[in-house]
Ligand binder design. Sequence first.
Ligand SMILES: Nc1ncnc2c1ncn2[C@@H]1O[C@H](COP(=O)(O)OP(=O)(O)OP(=O)(O)O)[C@@H](O)[C@H]1O
Ligand SMILES: [Mg+2]
Length: 276
Amino acid sequence: MSNKPVFTIDELKATVEGKEILKGVTLEIKGGEVHAIMGPNGTGKSTLASAIMGHPKYEIEGGNVTLNGEDVLEMGVDERALAGLFLAMQYPSEIAGVTNADFLRSAMNARLGEGNEISLIKFIRQMEAKMKELEMDPQFMHRYLNEGFSGGEKKRNEILQMMMLQPSIVILDEIDSGLDIDALKIVAAGVNAMRSEDRGFLVITHYQRLLNYINPDFVHVMMQGRIVKSGGPELAERLEAEGYDWIKEELGITDERVGVEEDEFVVPMNTKAPNL
Ligand SMILES: Nc1ncnc2c1ncn2[C@@H]1O[C@H](COP(=O)(O)OP(=O)(O)OP(=O)(O)O)[C@@H](O)[C@H]1O
Ligand SMILES: [Mg+2]
């Protein structure tokens, strides 16, 4: 039975420490779709991910976020995870004293709800199987969460969490950074195996290379805290070949970073992903 999620972000505005970072982001992700967000450094991509997940540093100043019609911005951080939102962070946090297995099991049980908890045996079998798929050493089960993990090990561990938690909207923030070529293929295969009508993806990346493995349906470019351009996979290919200057020229942007521009520039507001 398909349970196609619909995730919408409408004119989302957010500040951090009084500085306006997101200036009206609009995007819709449906189950089965993979959206990629690209864009130069410091343009608000990770801020968008954090704001969606309810990171307390980011103040929402306007706009709406909904998952299956439910108001996400009204939900607490835990409730967002329970509702099926998942973020693989650009810089995953280390938590000393909590093992990877403990963390995952409580997260899974919270999502499954009281009375539906997974048995320890079943959990361990599942975790072992997923770790094998990701070619992770079994010792990672009992290590403290991300503590002393290499960059690539952290990224793989984020994907392990995604595979175990079976979220309905997955945000991957630079999941490719720090991965060697083989690890990139393994991680991408893990993501591709999770693609289904029950799940939508938002993949933040700097490189077309990742998108060769995880083929996006839509590609968006973020500058100055907004999505300034949307297209299909060909947009990522053009960015790889030509960089961002042509977009900046097209839109009359001199500095693409957020918070450094003096004059507001005008971008088309129809930033919803086009039907290709
Ligand atoms: N917690 C914070 N405190 C202060 N400034 C912040 C914070 N979070 C984000 N910013 C600022 O907001 C801007 C956008 O940052 P963000 O991390 O969203 O960029 P990004 O597009 O993800 O860049 P990158 O491609 O380098 O990861 C930057 O100027 C950053 O310094
Ligand atoms: Mg970032």
